[in-house]
Design a protein around this ligand. Structure first.
Ligand SMILES: [Zn+2]
Length: 232
């Protein structure tokens, strides 16, 4: 199976669904990470530093490859025809079975507009009349990760076996999550942040009887044709 995981900024994937990404990679699935922007509006870290950190994190997660679509940070617009064209082209290039999407009600405007942009792109990727020079491609399902929102999930992934990998991938983004000398203080480089990530993962894990969990919504209803799937 092939998964295409979209993030808006170079650390979004690690922060929101890194445990699931690492689990899928460990289970032998092909995982491609696609960041929409280089994160140049961040309080800390240059785009070059952030690109290096993202590649290091990608290796830690076990992703096959990571690409960056080069949109401008703070200017992600679901109405922008060029951005739509670029995301549709990306989907048609990689032909994924499943696509990970940020929630379109996230408080960060880039995440919200990016989530909407990606949902629209999945629709148009399957429409032959929307032309990019590549064949139409219909994904099986969109999996929406919830970022900072609190929402009742459709399913929770047991990431107990990969939680530690996710934390290492987060820490690879040193300019973002390690505070101190020469860095501007932010909510995500304070000593409170990683314990918050752990507590949140423990809360979702507890709901499925696991130590750590990551929550998701699905873009459309999940099909079930085999009751044995309930056994897992
Ligand atoms: Zn972000």
């Amino acid at each position: 199976m092939r998964l295409l995981v979209f993030g808006i900024h170079p650390d979004d994937i690690e922060l929101s669904c890194g445990g699931s990404v690492a689990l899928a990679a460990r289970q032998g699935h092909e995982v491609i990470l696609a960041d929409l922007s280089t994160g140049e509006a961040s309080s800390n870290g240059t785009p070059e530093e952030r690109a290096k950190e993202a590649m290091e994190a990608s290796k830690i997660l076990g992703a096959t490859q990571r690409v960056n679509l080069g949109f401008h940070d703070t200017k992600i617009q679901c109405e922008d025809p060029q951005q739509l064209h670029a995301v549709v082209s990306c989907v048609r290039r990689f032909k994924p079975d499943f696509v990970f999407i940020p929630h379109k009600e996230d408080p960060h405007p880039d995440h919200a507009s990016g989530g909407e942009l990606i949902e629209r792109s999945l629709y148009f990727a399957g429409v032959q009349g929307y032309q990019t020079g590549a064949d139409a491609w219909a994904v099986k399902q969109g999996l929406i990760y919830i970022g900072r929102l609190e929402i009742d999930p459709d399913f929770i992934v047991d990431i107990t076996s990969t939680f530690e990998v996710r934390v290492r991938a987060i820490k690879a983004h040193r300019t973002q999550f390690i505070g101190g000398e020469g860095r501007k203080p932010t909510p995500i480089n304070s000593p409170e942040f990683l314990p918050f990530i752990e507590a949140r993962s423990r809360c979702y894990g507890f709901r499925i009887g696991a130590r750590y969990g990551e929550p998701f919504l699905t873009l459309k209803p999940m099909a079930l044709s085999d009751f044995n799937l309930f056994m897992g």
